[in-house]
Design a binder for this molecule. Structure first.
Ligand SMILES: [Zn+2]
Length: 474
């Protein structure tokens, strides 16, 4: 189901509307971007509230009959809804965030990160792409949808949930959506906090990996001891840490923890073929990775490895003497920091249990261990390629971009999976950011043409979804 359908023509009424309202839209976005809503900085709590209130006002002006601030123990989220009024209409929840990463001119920005500058077809500011620009595109998209269709309310029930702590790990998000699950009830979630392959290759992401990470501390002798007097006759925690790490992958570089792959959804032939359609430049990718060769699970391409396969990585390994010269000891302690990326079919709690059992079984007497996981882990999410919502999104994007739409996945992990699990619906990703946009880095920007293509995609999406519902596709 790759590529664009036949009747993929753009709507001239939408295009005209976007042309005449583009300047005002960018002006409004610029105002929002000036609010330094940095969730990591406790001194910015007031700015987070200001940002949330600003968005509520903007959504009311857009026409949302309901737009409100939802407070959390941390930074506030924003919720809005606009019922369609049609019986039996689909309900779609848009997810994004209004907080941003820290940014300081002194980090190397060419201009003030909180004083947006439009230059060479780009808008430079912290949050331009991640994520205020991609949230705000829905306001103009919705207006264009209404004007072009002559409607007074959207063709589907639209809900928006814009959180304020995404850049700080969404510590209260799962709790928030569980507590508000009834109001958030929907048929699908549209996440607008991702990107696409490149300016010339529009793509739709179909899944994200999950995450289990933690730390393992190993304790041997009560203190560092003489390696001549005692070494070779007592267990060495640094050696045991290395043995564990070495045993974690088999000869094919698959994770060797028994049961780890149980239930893993293997990429289908169709998915592998679709991934192979992407214009992937491995040498360029390696440069971005600052690495000198690819290496991973045997039998899979690089894109399959980072998107469709679970992995284990050592994030840090420490133990014993690290100062200048030598020191002949058996160290008292060693430490591993590690992460597993998970794919659909894997459950973080089960992986934690399997890893815990595996570690406990392999350590010899005389090594005490403490294994800590950072929270409950993040679940993977994956939307099947034949899901009707995906079809609607691909059609909308194809009409806006006038190019075939391809499919990607995301190797990282995020709160989208919470939405999938708590609300029990599939997650679709509408993102127009490109890899050069500088997320979390200096000189973050958004490409204005792509931002407007995102607006146009959003303008078509509601009608496409309603048509698929009407035609009985879901
Ligand atoms: Zn983001």
């Amino acid at each position: 189901m790759s590529s664009t359908p036949d009747n993929d023509v753009p709507d001239p009424a939408v295009r005209t509307y976007l042309r005449t309202h583009r300047a005002r839209f960018l002006d409004d976005l610029t105002h929002w971007l000036r609010i330094p809503s940095v969730s990591a900085d406790p001194d910015r709590a007031g700015d987070l509230r200001r940002s949330a209130n600003w968005l509520v006002a903007a959504l009311r002006e857009t026409g949302f009959p309901v737009a409100e601030v939802w407070s959390t123990p941390g930074a506030p989220a924003v919720y809005a809804e606009w019922p369609s009024g049609e019986p039996d209409a689909l309900t779609v929840l848009v997810y994004g965030h209004h907080d941003v990463q820290p940014a300081d001119r002194a980090d190397g920005w060419d201009t003030d990160p909180f004083e947006p500058v439009a230059r060479d077809g780009r808008l430079y500011a912290r949050g331009a792409a991640d994520d205020k620009g991609q949230v705000f595109l829905h306001t103009l998209g919705l207006r264009a949808h209404l004007t072009a269709t002559g409607r007074t309310a959207p063709a589907v029930n639209v809900k928006l949930l814009i959180e304020g702590e995404e850049e700080s790990g969404s510590p209260h998000f799962a709790e928030l959506i569980a507590a508000r699950a009834e109001r958030l009830a929907c048929d699908t979630v549209i996440v607008s906090d991702t990107g696409m392959w490149s300016p010339d290759t529009p793509t739709v992401c179909t899944g994200m990996r999950g995450l289990v990470d933690g730390q393992l501390d190993l304790y041997g002798p009560d203190q560092d001891i003489h390696s001549g007097s005692f070494g070779g006759a007592v267990p060495n925690p640094a050696t045991e840490a290395a043995r564990l790490v070495a045993a974690l992958h088999d000869e094919d570089r698959r994770v060797a923890v028994p049961g780890f792959y149980d239930g893993v959804a293997e990429p289908t032939d169709q998915e592998r073929a679709l991934l192979a359609e992407l214009p992937f430049d491995e040498a360029g990718w390696l440069r971005t990775a600052a690495s000198h060769a690819t290496l991973g699970e045997r039998g899979h391409t690089t894109l399959e490895r980072i998107w469709t396969r679970p992995t284990f990585e050592v994030n840090g390994i420490h133990g014993g003497y690290g100062g200048p010269g030598g020191k002949t000891v058996v160290p008292a302690t060693a430490q591993l920091k590690f992460s597993f990326r998970l794919v659909a079919g894997q459950d973080p709690a089960r992986v934690q249990r399997l890893v815990g059992d595996w570690v406990a079984e392999r350590l010899p007497a005389g090594i005490r261990h403490e294994l800590v996981f950072w929270g409950a882990g993040t679940r993977p999410c994956l939307t099947p390629l034949d899901h009707p919502g995906l079809r609607s999104l691909v059609r909308a994007m194809g009409r806006a971009f006038g190019r075939p739409v391809r499919f990607t996945r995301e190797g990282g992990s995020g709160p989208a999976a919470d939405l999938q699990d708590v609300l029990g619906v599939p997650v679709l990703f509408l993102g127009i950011s490109v890899p050069s946009d500088g997320w979390h880095s200096v000189n973050e920007k958004v490409e204005l043409d792509l931002l407007l293509k995102g607006v146009e995609t959003a303008a078509y999406l509601w009608g496409e979804l309603a048509a698929d519902r009407r035609d009985g596709r879901w």
